[in-house]
Ligand binder design. Structure first.
Ligand code: SAH
Length: 344
């Protein structure tokens, strides 16, 4: 019989499970607090749980615990990039950044990715598997335990397409924001998607207050198809309709991400076309200087090109920010730490 993944059970499920072992359900609450608030690393940490119950749990449950494989810290801004080993030996990357408003952790949602975006390092080896809710949570838990500082913001923008791992993602979001766990405010959580229309529509119905970010990266269908294979499956107008619906259902303003690559999608015409496309929508555009990866030919747009692009967009009444590049000295593009490690 396969073991129960204890850390992937939400509080209701855990109470139920503990009852099924013949124990009082408040024991479930205690264990939940150990796992999700006190960030216990083992059953033995749970000092107010009887040895008998701990032995039972050890027998029938697995306890997800990510192991820090390596960590790099930026000398420029203190950004930390963690490489974690999962139980089965796969690796995932997570990043911790310090901002004025708090500590933000960027997590992975899958091992690898099957979306195939042309500029992205995470997708080069394809999808290996989905992460469980516990494996998503534990990236945050291990980082908080490692640094001793409370994580206030979470972005699901690491390796993987979160809406391609929908059930686990939604369970993870519920547990992350549950008052019995880290209780991170839903408004401090962002999920980024390449534009899986049924997933966006479904997420809109979940009644969550999280921010949805769409990886747009092009001002029209033709250009988007060249950069993102998923665009062939979900047409730009359908994607934007789904995003409008997300705003209507949640009243959360959309974020559109736009990675600027020199000579690819950074011309004045591109900026104007994007302005027309997004004009009147409740949104915010985040311009990201593309992070070059060695397998592809993309280069960053020049600083003045980026600022001009921003100015042109703002003429359409659009709120635009340029993503500050964090941890440039440790970076390499997203997904490259894991990849370099695998190639050794
Ligand atoms: N699959 C999701 C989330 C993971 S990628 C998505 O597509 O949104 C997080 C963001 O980083 C996306 O906007 C993605 O397009 C962007 N990204 C990936 N590789 C990049 C690179 N080399 N330079 C800049 N941004 C990149």
């Amino acid at each position: 019989m396969s073991k129960t993944d204890l850390k992937s059970l939400n509080i209701k499920e855990l109470e139920e499970f503990i009852r099924s072992l013949g124990e009082k359900s408040f024991r479930g609450r205690q264990i939940y607090a150990w796992l999700h608030r006190r960030l216990a690393g083992s059953f033995d940490d749970m000092t107010d749980i009887s040895k008998g119950l701990k032995d039972k749990l050890k027998d029938c449950c697995s306890l997800t615990l990510l192991r820090k494989e390596t960590m790099q810290e930026s000398k420029e801004d203190g950004t930390r990039k963690y490489l974690f080993a999962l139980e089965d030996g796969n690796m995932v990357e997570s990043v911790r950044m310090r901002y004025q408003h708090g500590i933000s952790v960027c997590i992975s949602s899958q091992v690898g990715c099957r979306m195939g975006c042309r500029f992205c390092a995470s997708t080069l080896g394809g999808l290996v598997r989905n992460l469980t809710p516990a494996e998503m949570l534990d990236q945050i838990y291990r980082i908080q335990a490692d640094t001793g500082e409370r994580v206030s913001h979470v972005v699901v923008m690491g390796t993987g397409e979160p809406l391609d791992n929908y059930e686990n993602l939604v369970k993870f979001l519920g547990m992350l924001t549950d008052e019995n766990g880290l209780h991170i405010s839903q408004r401090n959580v962002t999920v980024s998607t390449c534009g899986i229309v049924p997933g966006i529509r479904r997420l809109a119905k979940e009644q969550l207050q999280i921010t949805l970010a769409l990886s747009l990266h092009a001002p029209n269908q033709k250009k988007r198809e060249l950069l993102m294979p998923i665009a062939k499956k979900y047409e730009l107008s359908q994607v934007l309709d789904a995003c409008d619906d997300y705003f209507l259902q949640t009243r959360r303003r959309m974020t559109y991400e736009y990675a600027l690559a020199g000579g690819v999608n950074d011309s004045k015409e591109d900026a104007k076309e994007l302005g027309v496309l997004l004009q009147g929508r409740h949104c915010h555009v985040n311009l990201i200087p593309v992070n070059p990866i060695k397998e592809r030919e993309y280069v960053q747009s020049k600083g003045d090109v980026i600022r001009n692009f921003q100015n042109l967009l703002e003429k359409y009444g659009i709120n635009v920010t340029i993503r500050r590049e964090m941890g440039r000295d440790i970076d390499g593009a997203c997904g490259q730490l894991r990849k370099r490690y695998a190639e050794r």
